[in-house]
Design a protein around this ligand. Structure first.
Ligand SMILES: [Zn+2]
Ligand SMILES: [Zn+2]
Length: 179
């Protein structure tokens, strides 16, 4: 995801509070092997902070997921808010390495070329926004645990048999206790 890298050298030379905006339209199919994502869209803003650049944005993508109840594949829209502060690892004027801080994390460091790389932060945010229990629709009836029929398309024939089995079990119990 090469285009998620931004040169922020000019912004780092500006005063705290200076900002610039970008429109993202990014192919993120390579985000993970497990899921297939639609292109990522949205607006992001870079704001100069005392120690670096605050990235904020509202982003949207979509992903094909199997419904946890009926197993049908459906497309889930995924939106999330981005808010992450990146820190400069090198002084923008001297090129010298700045003293590292305890809170520094490699994915939110601005590198020697003053490149801010959003790839890892975006990847984490997208994956976090994927619902852990995806449903094709809230009222999905799922599959019959006995015959596997998709109950969204109508009832199966198991219902009655199941009741019968329970009745006979109960009857057997009654018969037994009565004797
Ligand atoms: Zn479903
Ligand atoms: Zn059934």
């Amino acid at each position: 995801m090469q285009s998620l890298r931004f040169n922020v050298a000019q912004l780092l030379k500006q005063a705290t509070g200076a900002s610039r905006s970008y429109v993202l339209d990014e192919d993120i199919r390579q985000l993970t092997d497990e899921m297939s994502f639609a292109p990522l869209h949205g607006d992001i803003r870079f704001t100069r902070t005392e120690d670096g650049v605050l990235v904020t944005g509202h982003l949207q993508t979509a992903v094909d997921l199997p419904c946890r109840r009926c197993a049908a594949t459906f497309t889930e829209t995924i939106t999330f808010e981005l808010e992450e502060e990146f820190h400069a690892a090198f002084d923008v004027y001297t090129g010298l390495r700045l003293p590292p801080r305890e809170t520094d994390e490699v994915e939110t460091m601005i590198d020697e070329q003053h490149m801010l790389d959003l790839s890892e932060v975006i990847r984490q945010n997208v994956l976090l926004a994927v619902p852990p229990f995806p449903l094709c629709r809230p009222e999905c009836k799922g599959l019959c645990p006995h015959c596997g029929k998709d109950l969204n398309t109508g009832p199966c024939d198991c219902q009655e048999e199941e009741t019968d089995t329970r009745w006979s079990a109960l009857q057997a119990l009654l018969d037994h206790s009565g004797s």
